[in-house]
Design a protein. Structure first.
Length: 135
């Protein structure tokens, strides 16, 4: 199995909703983030990706490590994504940039018509719901 190592954000806005993004030319929504470069700390990769994709400037210290998750890649058949997931809270307006075509803020109940990446649907959104219940 080929592995893609990524850093992603469970990005929470001031109203408690979380941000999902859709890359250009794809159907599935997922957390913002992207591939970790060789020898790059995951938090630094996250900072770089959030800046490139959403114009969001964060300090790596703002990113709370939530765990490592794996699932089949949404857009690359035969690959698995291994995700270092970080919780990030922001009240800054984000705008889609680089390869991001669309962004959507969702609460615990995601519209059933929304296509989600396996990692987002099966692992990250259940974690998000659990965190909201504890809050």
């Amino acid at each position: 199995m080929k592995i893609i190592n990524i850093a992603a954000a469970l990005l929470i806005g001031p109203d408690g909703r979380t941000l999902l993004v859709r890359k250009r030319g794809t159907e599935a929504f997922m957390q913002p983030g992207g591939k970790i470069e060789a020898d790059e700390p995951a938090a630094n990769a996250l900072v770089r990706e959030l800046q490139e994709e959403l114009g969001l400037e964060i300090d790596p210290q703002q990113a709370i490590f939530l765990g490592e998750f794996s699932a089949p890649a949404a857009n690359e058949p035969g690959f698995e994504v291994r995700c270092q997931l970080f919780g990030v809270r922001t009240d800054v307006q984000v705008v889609p940039a680089a390869e991001i075509e669309e962004i959507i803020w969702v609460g615990p109940e995601v519209p059933p018509t929304l296509e989600l990446a396996p990692l987002t649907r099966d692992l990250i959104l259940p974690l998000y719901r659990e965190m909201r219940e504890e809050a």
